[in-house]
Design a protein around this ligand. Structure first.
Ligand code: FAD
Ligand code: DHB
Length: 405
């Protein structure tokens, strides 16, 4: 049985696991990353697209921002659309020049995998039967099967970066975690289409028939979402039916509408808010979707994963540099403050912009009033803008061993 020792064993090669591995590498801390899917699957998985200013700065500071700088689409605002009209929210003006960048999560993952391979530190794809044990011992262990061999990695710490459906969180004994959860009575049908974006910025639409979102991936590819029932089979939606519904919800009175093109990918995602605390149990640290999920409306999930691992990298750097456990002990508390603010924002964006099956006429009028206030008050627009571009980081880049942005 191949036995290995490392400082930090990382379960999951999504954005959280790969970025953590890279931040540790920069600080001379060794890690082994174990992923149960193939490299192709991880790179091709279409998910998030909006990077906060702080996430962009972090990727640059970590030296993995070259392609992001070339290919990322900087957006200094977005549109909120309701009752047939689009209303602009100008981030740059409202936040003193901040912006978001549209760059596919799969591109971030591709860049981080390339960076990892350059370091020659271990990264296993296609690992089978991944399991962790010994979290309360001095050598917590990751076991898995790779090819024909059984592997065992003895670690100082394990980072559970294996997403919402991973094995790390369920490995924590019953009674340790407090779970906070809200499941929404709708999901998102998302498509990628070969069509030039018809707007330079995202358009979040509240419509009588439900929410719709216009986004993009490149000057030739549009990304669109539709509110649908949470368990909606994608087979129910022909390409023609998708376009009819998109155009119905998104076309505004001034004639703006998305360009129609060949649909290259489509899927339905359910929506939930979920937090498990504490994000640490003995020598296991949970980061990203393994610890919390937000509904995608605020575009916060990937960004929260990045901010968690920045906090964790700072704590581990400090431990290996001077044996101090203070920041490891504080990890969950430091992360939770940001997590809850992102939860609140994502819940608010979701409940303001979606139609709920059990809503009353009162709820509907309140939503319209909320959107009217949002798009006519500078104070309300500033509040949205500062949360959408991202609240300030919990820890400085320097404290995590990175040079400033
Ligand atoms: P994941 O990306 O889920 O990575 C976990 C990894 O662990 C995966 O590679 C998985 O295969 C692996 N794994 C799972 N189980 C095991 C196991 N047993 N052993 C080993 N490996 C395992 N966020 C944003 O910030 N902005 C957006 O615009 C946005 N839009 C979104 C749109 C959609 C439709 C969806 C679904 C999500 C969106 N998100 C967005 C959320 C974002 O995609 C997630 O929050 C992000 O992927 C979290 O990263 P992670 O590394 O924590 O988890
Ligand atoms: C995208 C996803 C989101 O969840 C969001 O709020 C905005 C944009 C996207 O995939 O482009």
């Amino acid at each position: 049985m191949p036995n290995q020792k490392t400082q930090v064993g990382i379960v999951g090669a999504g954005p959280a696991g790969l970025l953590l591995g890279h931040l540790l590498h920069i600080n001379g801390v060794d890690s082994v990353i174990v992923e149960n899917r193939s490299r192709e699957y991880v790179i091709d998985r279409v998910r998030a697209g909006v990077l906060e200013q702080g996430t962009v700065d972090l990727l640059h500071a970590a030296g993995v921002g070259a392609r992001l700088k070339r290919e990322g689409l900087r957006h200094e605002g977005l549109y909120i659309s309701f009752q047939g009209a689009r209303h602009h929210i100008d981030f740059a003006d409202l936040t003193g020049g901040k912006a978001i960048t549209v760059y596919g999560q799969n591109e971030v993952v591709r860049d981080l995998i390339d960076a990892r391979l350059t370091t020659s530190r271990p990264l296993f794809f296609d690992a089978k039967d991944v399991a962790i044990s010994g979290m309360n011992s001095s050598t917590p262990t990751i076991r898995f099967r790779h090819g024909d061999a059984d592997h065992q990695v003895q670690c100082d710490f394990i980072a559970g970066c294996d997403g919402f459906h991973g094995i790390c969180r369920p490995s924590i004994p019953d009674g340790v975690l407090t779970i906070y959860e809200r499941v929404y009575p709708f999901g998102w049908l998302g498509i990628l289409a070969e069509a030039a974006p018809s707007s330079d910025e995202l358009v979040y639409t509240y419509h009588e028939r439900g929410f719709a979102l216009f986004s993009m991936r490149s000057p030739r590819v549009t990304r669109l979402y539709l509110q649908v029932p949470p368990d909606e089979p994608i087979e129910n939606w022909s390409d023609e039916a998708i376009w009819t519904e998109m155009l119905e919800r998104m076309t505004t009175r001034d004639g703006w509408r998305p360009n129609v093109g060949h649909i290259v990918q489509k899927s339905v995602t359910p929506m939930r808010s979920f937090v498990a605390t504490p994000m640490r149990h003995d020598r296991l640290f949970l980061a990203g979707d393994a610890a919390h999920i937000v509904p995608p409306t605020g575009a916060k999930g990937l960004n929260l994963a990045a901010s968690d691992v920045l906090v964790l990298a700072r704590a581990m750097k400090d431990f290996y540099a001077c044996g101090r456990t203070k920041w490891l002990d504080q990890y969950s508390n430091v992360c939770a403050r940001r997590v809850w603010k992102a939860q609140r924002f994502s819940w608010w964006m979701t409940s303001t912009l979606h139609r709920s099956p059990d809503e009353t006429a009162f709820d509907h009028q309140r939503q319209i009033a909320d959107l009217d206030y949002l798009t006519s008050s500078r104070a309300a627009m500033t509040s949205l803008a500062e949360q959408y571009v991202g609240l300030p980081a919990e820890v400085s880049f320097e404290s995590a061993g990175l040079s400033g942005p």
